[in-house]
Design a protein around this ligand. Structure first.
Ligand SMILES: Nc1ncnc2c1ncn2[C@@H]1O[C@H](COP(=O)(O)OP(=O)(O)OP(=O)(O)O)[C@@H](O)[C@H]1O
Ligand SMILES: O=C(O)[C@H](O)CO
Length: 561
């Protein structure tokens, strides 16, 4: 393999999958032939015959409840995207060189490291374990209190060793940029600026990186930038909108960091927490060149009614000519010295979940990794899929029609729905046993109340209502929704596990689901219901690749009422 120079701020992404990864059910744009009729689409996805587990193993699996198997599959998803695991899988050390994303880089005590994001401490610890003998120095910006928290949770393998060459700077309390994070950003900028063309800069990036790397373009103050982003987030701006504005107001975002590191070789390892893994959006893309279009930024600010309260400094910066890198460093580009590589994502978590589901006696289907939109529409989708899967006869065509209509609203393509319906249909007619339908993404909740909850718990509750409405006998489908970061909204739970029996259970315990939903009080509800047994509480997971959804469907041969 020869050493290679790369294109300016290369946006290619190498999707690292866990060792031996190959999942016929995984969603993959690249596998889609260009033009296909629906009939051809359906015929392409004849599933693998389901492995029947014999003897003792089968009995053991049968004894394990659907609920506990759902939790085990979720745990496997989270395990697959642990910060140390994803770094280990993406770095291949070969004596005095390292191979990353298929490119070979020579190590000659020229390695430098920076990082910013919630999962970056564990990523840095692993990178130092593998490459430490060539590491000169490093500096990372990580959440306030994370070292202490990891210690308390016994996660010492995610901490740096005592004599580490990497300096840890904690900041951004409550995920908001603050003076500590700004100092860290300034330190990282200085550090990158001093590198030479013989140096290799390893950049570790994960979700939360935007708040941990604030570097407002003067004369914008930190407070002013924080106000703008907080107001945008509060008004319901998407992460794409938020980070488009952040990039326009920052010296380091949108490719700025790579620019300061020039002429060093830059290699970024990115753990994605954004749907579709867009490199320029994850942590606002500090190593991904992106043009700033002031018209686009103005229109976002206008849409969320922020124009009238914009500080003069922000107006001034947005009014400047856009060639900001010329001003910053007197150069127009970084002449081919950047590699950006996605090393972990929701898809990686879903693939591993699929493998675990198979071990636990299910036939896995991965629907999509980009589920988004309002939780009400998303719950309807899962309700329809359950109905489709549990129908004892050929399901009425209206179900498929409604699913295909709903798909685009919730980020699921018709292609993926057709493939999924094909597998579910064959599972039903050919009697393949239990199925585990997996999906991921980040739906939204329109907050109407002041209760305590999160989008995963609310989704699980709404899906339970859908399942309850199917009129299936007990031991029907089970649904799990969980945030891979272990924290759903401002609660201690990651999500919940529900089924069609939940409405009756809550009625028997005097809990009114309608008022819970109106008040967005799903956490309080699940805490009270059956002493919290339906809550999913994995604790601190140290990673974040958005949410995992799971619909476990047992073999059902009854008529739906
Ligand atoms: N009471 C509630 N009920 C339902 N959803 C809520 C409630 N309170 C907050 N949320 C939702 O929780 C989300 C924020 O929670 P969380 O911090 O888990 O988000 P996140 O996007 O995963 O953040 P990060 O990726 O930075 O960790 C928002 O989408 C918000 O609408
Ligand atoms: O840091 C951020 O910008 C968000 O977590 C998305 O990556």
């Amino acid at each position: 393999m020869k050493e290679q120079k790369l294109n300016p701020l290369d946006q290619r992404s190498t999707q690292a999958s866990p060792a031996g990864a190959s999942n016929p059910e995984a969603t993959d744009e690249n596998r889609r032939p260009p033009e296909l009729s629906m009939a051809r689409v359906l015929s392409l996805f004849r599933p693998q015959p389901f492995m029947v587990h014999a003897g003792r193993r089968r009995n053991m699996l049968c004894k394990m409840s659907m609920d506990s198997r759902a939790r085990k599959v979720f745990a496997a998803a989270v395990e697959a995207v642990q910060p140390d695991t994803v770094v280990r899988q993406s770095i291949e050390r070969k004596e005095d060189s390292v191979v990353i994303g298929g490119q070979k880089f020579t190590l000659k005590h020229n390695l430098h490291l920076v990082g910013f994001g919630k999962a970056v401490l564990g990523m840095a610890a692993e990178a130092e374990r593998i490459l430490g003998d060539h590491l000169v120095k490093g500096v990372i910006s990580v959440p306030h209190g994370i070292q202490q928290t990891l210690q308390q949770h016994g996660k010492n393998h995610l901490l740096l060793k005592e004599n580490s060459r990497i300096r840890v700077m904690e900041g951004a309390k409550h995920n908001l940029p603050d003076i500590d994070a700004q100092n860290a950003a300034e330190g990282i900028k200085q550090f990158a600026s001093e590198l030479t063309e013989n140096d290799l800069l390893l950049v570790l990036i994960s979700g939360g990186g935007s708040a941990l790397l604030p570097a407002p373009i003067p004369p914008i103050s930190l407070q002013e930038k924080q106000d703008v982003t907080r107001k945008l987030a509060g008004a319901g701006a998407t992460i794409q909108e938020l980070n488009t504005v952040r990039r326009a107001l920052s010296v380091l975002k949108g490719g700025g960091l790579a620019h300061f590191a020039h002429p060093a070789q830059v290699v970024s390892l990115i753990l994605s927490d954004v749907i579709g893994d867009p490199l320029d959006m994850i942590a606002s893309g500090p190593t991904v060149w992106s043009e700033v279009w002031p018209e686009e930024v103005w229109s976002i600010l206008e849409q969320y009614k922020l124009l009238s309260c914009l500080p003069a400094s922000v107006k001034e910066v947005l009014g400047r000519p856009t060639q900001r890198w010329r001003e910053n460093k007197g150069e127009s580009n970084t002449s081919g010295r950047v590699l950006n590589t996605v090393i972990g994502s929701n898809s990686v978590a879903l693939k591993q979940a699929g493998r675990r589901a198979r071990e636990l006696g299910f036939r896995p289907i991965v629907l999509a990794a980009g589920v988004c939109g309002d939780v009400r529409a998303v719950s309807r989708l899962y309700g329809l899929l359950a109905r489709f899967a549990c129908s004892p006869e050929e399901p009425p065509p209206e179900i498929a029609g409604e699913l295909l209509r709903l798909g685009p609203e919730v980020g699921v393509e018709s292609w993926d729905l057709c493939r999924t319906m094909q597998v579910l249909g064959e599972g039903r007619t050919e009697g393949w046993g239990s199925t585990c339908l997996l999906a991921g993404g980040e739906p939204t909740v329109e907050l109407t109340g002041k209760g305590r909850g999160g989008r995963n718990q609310e989704l699980a509750l709404r899906v339970a209502l859908e399942l309850g409405g199917l009129g299936l006998p007990p031991n029907g489908p089970v649904f799990l929704s969980g945030g891979t970061d272990g924290q759903d909204g401002p609660t201690e739970a990651a999500g919940a596990v529900t089924d069609g029996g939940l409405p009756e259970e809550s009625q028997a315990q005097g809990l009114d689901i309608d008022s819970v939903l109106t008040n967005n009080d799903s956490y309080t509800f699940f805490t009270r219901l059956s002493a919290g047994r339906r809550l999913l509480v994995p604790g601190l997971t140290c990673t974040n690749v958005m949410d995992v959804h799971m619909l476990l469907i047992p073999p059902i041969h009854v008529k739906i009422t």
